[in-house]
Design a protein around this ligand. Structure first.
Ligand SMILES: [Fe+2]
Length: 154
């Protein structure tokens, strides 16, 4: 196992988790109207899940001798719930991709593989959940809305 390569990929995962903390928290803070009742808590729980993963991954990076990143990637923002759900699905799908890549690099270290598989399973649960939510909320509009990624909340 190339420890340096693993540390680098884990730091990419960590940056993604920090992004999730900010992105999901903001989505939970700003949601208004009747949907607030359902989604404010859902988004804040997802922010906490990201923070939980960040804690695990940050600790592991330090254990491997690396320096855990304090950076995050661009946060996607919207007041359109379908757009937010689409951003969330994209976020979870990217996490699956990133942990799969980390798993490839961790091959040969059984404990690290198990550690990453546990997180990967939760990321896939996120993909499954947002896929179902979007199916319920109108996939068509959401996929159109998703093409306007990066729009700032105003
Ligand atoms: Fe995560």
């Amino acid at each position: 196992m190339d420890t340096q390569a693993v540390i680098e990929q884990l730091n990419e995962c960590l940056k993604h988790e920090w992004t999730g903390v900010a992105q999901y928290s903001q989505a939970g803070f700003i949601i208004e109207g009747v949907l607030r009742q359902v989604y404010a808590e859902k988004f804040l729980e997802d922010a906490e899940e990201s923070f939980g993963h960040a804690k695990l991954v940050g600790d592991k990076i330090a254990a491997l001798g690396g320096v855990p990143s304090v950076l995050r990637n661009e946060v996607k923002q919207s007041r359109d719930i379908l757009e937010v759900l689409q951003f969330s699905l994209e976020f979870e799908a990217k996490a699956v991709e990133m942990y799969n890549r980390a798993l490839e690099l961790a091959e040969g270290d059984r404990a690290l593989v198990v550690f990453l598989e546990d997180i990967l399973k939760e990321e896939q649960d996120g993909v499954d959940e947002y896929t179902k939510l979007l199916r319920d909320s109108g996939q068509h509009e959401a996929s159109q809305a998703g093409q306007q990624a990066g729009k700032k909340v105003s």
